[in-house]
Design a protein around this ligand. Structure first.
Ligand code: GLV
Ligand code: MN
Ligand code: MN
Ligand code: MN
Length: 418
């Protein structure tokens, strides 16, 4: 599509329609402080998807769902059989999440479907908008299950036995979702796309601090998710001498302190987070017999990430003595550089639309990191107020969101020629 048509498509993006719809979606699973709790494969997730489906149908898209419950909206292009352009993100939220993480990228795609309809423009290629299943990984770990299964990085079956905090199997939650959406046509899991561009809030402070409109995302740092289980022996809190205890909680505190030393980084590039802790029996007058905690480790350099991640097991084992530590790796994603030509296309789209921009890496992982294994991919960031995300206070203005969607429209249009 010539540049002027890309501009016309961008101009047809409606700031108010996009904002109003995001606010309507934010009522589904609303929590105090403007937040959202709408985790993957829940009834609230289904309710939000139904609303999005209705809007997509109104925009003239055909709707389908695949075996991973990834939700697809498609409009045809001018050239029959051309490989589609792909955009999207995720609709699931963190347990105490905001109104924009993920859902913005799906809404931006939907808004472009609406802009195509309103403008009467047709891309050469079909355009598909996808809502990937379970990006957050907060209910069922790891994250990015839907995009991982689609890209073929891991088979869907690998996640079947994963359980949420209530003991519900991922396979059962997925089956429930697919049954609730059995009226939708089923499409095969996997496929081809000419290019994937995902719009997302930055979730960090760079764009706001530098007063920029658009982040042209160059790549994503690597992540490793580990689960550590420390086993001691449960005992009576009043009667058991310290010398006879194998206290899993004390061992955990030593282990985390040792990990803080291992991961100390004066350059503040390495990210180390212990975000979840389970204690058994979890009784105030019993010594802990077992503690399980999660580690989220991130770094842009694969060598550093490998070295630090691989050192976790020995560090924890030594610090936890006389308790016993075991480690399970639940997820890893290598640092990734996005497709150079597509990054250039995003930058040029921002320039054409008169938006200020900066090249930047992503600190958060995203579905694009997985999709990039199968399809040339890139991302567009819009500012996050005070850099806050994974928090109800997450905020991006209607105008900032619309600017990102316009850049997405122009960037997709630039990739449309067959
Ligand atoms: C995704 O939500 C991440 O943790 O980066
Ligand atoms: Mn997200
Ligand atoms: Mn998130
Ligand atoms: Mn995310």
């Amino acid at each position: 599509m010539p540049v002027d048509q890309g501009l016309r498509l961008a101009e047809s993006v409606s700031e108010t329609r996009q904002w109003d719809r995001l606010m309507e979606l934010a009522r589904i699973g609303a929590i105090p402080g403007d937040g959202v709790n709408r985790q993957a494969l829940t009834a609230l997730d289904r309710q939000a998807r139904r609303l999005m489906i209705a809007w997509a149908e109104e925009a003239g898209a055909t709707v389908s769902v695949d075996d991973a419950a990834n939700l697809w909206f498609r409009v045809e292009g001018r050239i029959p059989g051309a490989t589609p352009l792909l955009t999207g993100s995720h609709m699931d939220s963190q347990p105490a999440g905001g109104r924009f993480d993920g859902i913005y990228g799906v809404m931006a795609g939907l808004e472009i479907l609406c802009a195509l309809k309103d403008s009467g423009l047709t891309l050469d290629r079909p355009l598909e908008v996808v809502a990937w299943t379970n990006e957050e990984g907060s209910r069922f770990a790891p994250g990015c299950m839907g995009s991982m299964a689609w890209a073929g990085t891991k088979p869907l079956a690998a996640f079947a036995e994963t359980r949420d905090a209530e003991g519900i199997r991922f396979a059962d939650a997925l089956a429930e979702q697919l049954a609730a959406e059995a009226d939708l046509p089923r499409r095969p899991l996997g496929g081809q796309a000419h290019a994937y561009i995902e719009a997302h809030i930055e979730q960090g402070p760079k764009l706001e601090t530098e007063a920029l409109d658009i982040g042209v995302v160059t790549g994503i740092q690597g992540s490793r998710w580990l689960t550590v289980t420390i086993t001691g022996a449960s005992a009576h809190a009043g009667t058991t001498p310290v010398s006879l205890r194998r206290d899993a909680m004390q061992a955990t505190m030593r282990a985390i302190a040792a990990l803080n030393t291992l991961t100390a980084d004066p350059t503040d590039v390495l990210r180390f987070t212990v975000g979840s802790l389970t204690v058994e029996p979890g009784s105030s007058n019993s010594v802990a017999g077992m503690v399980r905690f999660t580690i989220d480790l991130r770094h842009p350099d694969a060598v550093v990430l490998a070295a630090i991640g691989d050192a976790v097991a020995a560090t924890v084992a030594e610090a936890a003595l006389p308790c016993v530590a075991t480690i399970e790796e639940r997820f890893s994603a290598a640092p990734l550089d996005f497709d150079a030509d597509l990054v250039t296309a995003v930058r040029e789209a921002a320039e054409t639309l008169g938006q200020s921009w900066s090249l930047m890496p992503s600190g958060a992982f995203h579905d694009a990191q997985l999709v990039a294994g199968a399809v040339p991919s890139a991302m567009i960031f819009v500012p996050s107020r005070a850099g806050i995300s994974h928090n109800p206070a997450e905020f991006t203005s209607a105008a900032q969101l619309a600017a990102g969607t316009r850049v997405l429209a122009a960037a997709l249009a630039s990739q449309s020629r067959v």
